[in-house]
Design a protein around this ligand. Structure first.
Ligand code: HEC
Length: 141
């Protein structure tokens, strides 16, 4: 059988292309994720924040062994929900208030995770957290 030179050239470059392309395809990463967009309304975030606020109070008052772990975990939840909340209304003061809740929740989480826990600091941050929720609710009326 006669195989023309150009045909051999095409076949070998296809083989080379395939050899290079297949391993590359295997290590190809998914595209960067799309910019973050919330998928639920503020009222649903508030259902989450309300639940987490109940849980954090419960943890704070409890005397069980995992009290601080639980306090830190629910503070994290409040911080992240507030972080998502900041993707909602665009009014600057609204964002600042959501940010303030987020900041206090993060402080509370690290205070609960400190090597030496300062109960006075926990009490202050718990009160500040509560105030930060109320400040925005009062402003929304
Ligand atoms: C930056 C503003 C803002 C902050 C901060 C904020 N909220 Fe809200 N919250 C709202 C708004 C706005 C509504 C009314 C939502 C609606 O009905 O659309 C609301 C409503 C609620 C509700 C009623 C939910 C419902 O049934 O609609 C609860 C519970 C709640 N918030 C809990 C909290 C807690 C707990 C915190 C603090 C950890 C908090 N919120 C912080 C803005 C805020």
């Amino acid at each position: 059988m006669h195989v023309s030179r150009p045909l051999v050239a095409v076949a070998s470059s296809l083989a080379l292309f395939g050899a290079l392309w297949i391993p590359n395809a295997q290590i190809m990463r998914p595209k960067d994720p799309a910019p973050f967009k919330p998928v639920v309304k503020v009222s649903s975030l508030m259902t989450g924040l309300g639940g987490a606020a109940g849980k954090i109070q419960e943890a704070y008052r409890s005397e069980e062994e995992h009290r601080l772990k639980s306090l830190a975990a629910w503070s994290d939840v409040i911080a992240e929900l507030s972080n998502v909340h900041m993707q909602h209304r665009r009014k600057p003061d609204y964002l600042e208030m959501a940010d303030s809740t987020r900041t206090i929740a993060l402080e509370l989480a690290s205070a609960a995770r400190a090597d030496v826990v300062d109960e006075m600091q926990l009490a202050t941050l718990m009160a500040n957290l509560d105030t930060s929720c109320g400040t925005c609710h009062d402003a929304d009326k």
